[in-house]
Write a protein that binds this ligand. Structure first.
Ligand code: ATP
Ligand code: MG
Length: 184
């Protein structure tokens, strides 16, 4: 779509958690030429990837985020889990799984996906929502590391639910926050 914006909605872990995860990724894969680690400030947990949307959709999505405030404030005690190579067969990313013991993140995701599908030309993916935070992208055709150190035992409450614009640059995607709850 020309003039479209590449958009996604993500939960942002608090800064201390992003820093710990980035540190773990550095220990796990270091300076491997096979991987590009994602900067601590860009780490996020994607809830809905919207792809290209017309710029006019922005207001509607921002309003929709605000309608999620109550569900968002119920989300707490998310747990950093095991590392995961995704997709499992031909992994392109190294991520950590995120546990959602009381299902509040799943409830937020379901509600957000339903509302977005009702108001945009967009359909959620068929796959089950599998909360994770991507830490590094693997270059195509490269071997994955065999052994990874244990992930840090972290529990966290997301700091924000944010609509991001993604610009795909040769050096990696650049994410720009457009709207957030709590407001930026
Ligand atoms: P690049 O695509 O250059 O490797 P990226 O994946 O970080 O970078 P985007 O493709 O714009 O940048 O994706 C933004 C966010 O949405 C990322 O968290 C990404 O994992 C997620 N995402 C992208 N495409 C999809 C998709 N088809 N389904 C689910 N999530 C997606
Ligand atoms: Mg991508």
């Amino acid at each position: 779509m020309s003039g479209g914006l590449r958009l996604f909605v993500a939960a942002e872990p608090p800064e201390a958690v992003r820093d710990e995860l980035a540190l773990w990724a550095r220990r796990a894969i270091g300076r491997s030429a096979a991987a590009r680690r994602i900067a601590a400030e860009s780490l996020h947990l994607t809830l809905c990837f919207l792809g290209e949307q017309p710029p006019a959709a922005f207001e509607e999505i921002a309003a929709l985020l605000e309608s999620m405030v109550e569900l968002f404030f119920r989300v707490e005690d998310l747990a950093v889990g095991a590392p995961a190579w995704l997709p499992p067969r031909r992994p392109r990313v190294l991520a950590v799984e995120v546990g959602d013991p009381d299902g509040t993140l799943g409830a937020l995701h379901a509600s957000l996906a339903r509302e977005l599908a009702a108001s945009l030309a967009w359909q959620p993916r068929h796959e089950r929502f599998r909360p994770h935070i991507t830490l590094a992208r693997m270059r195509p055709g490269t071997e994955r590391a065999r052994e990874l150190p244990p992930t840090p035992p972290l529990a966290f409450t997301p700091a924000a639910l944010t609509l991001f614009r993604s610009d795909l640059e040769p050096s990696g995607a650049v994410y720009t926050p457009l709207a957030s709850i709590p407001p930026i």
